[in-house]
Design a binder for this molecule. Structure first.
Ligand SMILES: Nc1ncnc2c1ncn2[C@@H]1O[C@H](COP(=O)(O)OP(=O)(O)O)[C@@H](O)[C@H]1O
Ligand SMILES: [Mg+2]
Length: 141
């Protein structure tokens, strides 16, 4: 991205905090509506950021979601503190999930999150190690 950041905001996302699941992505969505971003783009950002938020709640030790609004793009960065994704290529596959049974009973763990992020963003990158996973997604506006 080579875009001036006009607005930035960081939201905390906590491990296993299902009560607050979707709050960070809902706040992002509200902000985008407020500044008049195109509804179709908001929808894509809402889907992708929700999936990344839920992944941090379910699969990680917790982390942050940062939104950077630029003149011609919106970048969302989800960064957690571990335990990392051992095989990112495998994790990206539709239907692949390590979610345990109790999580599946809550309606999560279909294994579609990462592929949904990929499909809905104009650019996506994942870096991961045992110290943490960072997912960066970019949307042209
Ligand atoms: N932030 C993360 N930290 C650790 N592992 C993750 C993270 N996000 C995704 N994963 C791994 O990638 C898999 C696939 O993710 P996803 O496509 O969202 O499916 P689901 O969340 O339904 O399992 C997860 O089951 C998990 O093993
Ligand atoms: Mg998921």
């Amino acid at each position: 991205m080579n875009d001036n950041v006009l607005y930035t905001r960081v939201y905390e996302v906590h491990k296993e905090d299902f009560a607050a699941a979707g709050e960070a992505s809902a706040r992002v969505k509200r902000k985008l509506k407020q500044i008049g971003i195109d509804a179709a783009i908001i929808r894509k950002i809402a889907i992708a950021s929700y999936e990344a938020e839920i992944n941090m709640i379910i699969h990680s030790y917790g982390g942050t979601m940062t939104i950077n609004i630029g003149e011609s793009s919106i970048v969302i960065i989800c960064a957690d503190t571990g335990p990392g994704i051992p095989d990112v290529e495998l994790a990206m596959k539709e239907g692949y999930s390590t979610a345990p049974q109790n999580i599946r009973e809550m309606g999560f763990g279909a294994g579609m999150g990462l592929s949904n992020i990929n499909r809905n963003s104009d650019n996506m990158s994942i870096t991961s190690s045992p110290e943490g996973t960072t997912i960066r997604m970019e949307f042209e506006t």
